[in-house]
Design a protein around this ligand. Structure first.
Ligand SMILES: C[S@@+](CC[C@H](N)C(=O)[O-])C[C@H]1O[C@@H](n2cnc3c(N)ncnc32)[C@H](O)[C@@H]1O
Length: 204
């Protein structure tokens, strides 16, 4: 169980390849909904932070189109390598950059992005306030941030989450986003076996 938890927080090695494929399948519903909620439009600058297997990067590239710009930020070396290989054409075309970094120290300038998504990442971040401040910092004044989370009660029933996952009440995450200067809309995603929460933040 601790191996599963470790792989979900930082996929790596042979197991990490399978984890990346599993993440793309299992979390597609949430990432699709996050991209929709972020209202990503052609020509915009958008990012997926903690992109894992990379399905979010694919969806953002499709939405932003040839005039847009997509950024992926990850701390897993193997997920960075995978994305650089999978999206080599888009990187060469200048439509995608894939950066080594963390939610708590984004390698991005102030007010650079129209839309940011981050799904299933906050469980691995001890410094919630710092991550929220960083995410708010990189948003343009009319930008949108979408944070996707599994329902903390349902996740607590999954044995692997006992190994280092931070399953915060949704209200605590909303409060941290508000403290960072965002107004927050909360949507529930009905899904089995774990329903999801989307927190849609806009600068006030
Ligand atoms: C459970 S996976 C989710 C991946 C993808 N977002 C999804 O929903 O399928 C968590 C991902 O977040 C990355 N991650 C963990 N902590 C991070 C941090 N502080 N900054 C950026 N990425 C992080 C991990 O390397 C991993 O790829």
């Amino acid at each position: 169980m601790s191996t599963i938890a470790g792989q979900l927080g930082n996929p790596s090695g042979v197991l990490g390849k399978g984890v990346a494929r599993m993440l793309d399948r299992a979390n597609r519903y949430m990432i699709d909904a996050a991209v929709d909620a972020a209202r990503v439009a052609p020509g915009e600058a958008a990012a997926d932070i903690g992109f894992g297997g990379g399905i979010g990067l694919r969806l953002l590239l499709d939405r932003t189109g040839s005039d847009g710009a997509v950024t992926g930020v990850e701390l897993s070396r193997d997920m960075l390598t995978r994305a650089r290989s999978r999206f080599a054409g888009e990187i060469t075309a200048g439509r995608l950059r894939v950066l080594d970094g963390s939610l708590t120290e984004l390698p991005l300038g102030n007010a650079e992005l129209d839309a940011v998504i981050t799904a299933n990442t906050f469980y691995f971040v001890p410094e919630l306030e710092r991550a929220c401040t960083e995410l708010a910092r990189v948003l343009r004044p009319k930008g949108r941030l979408v944070v996707g989370l599994g329902d903390p009660d349902a996740m607590a029933a999954m044995p692997f989450t006992r190994y280092g996952f931070r399953l915060r009440p949704v209200a605590e995450v909303i409060a941290a986003l508000e403290q960072a200067g965002l107004t927050v809309e909360h949507r529930v995603l009905e899904h089995k076996p774990i329903s999801g929460h989307l927190l849609i933040g806009r600068p006030f």
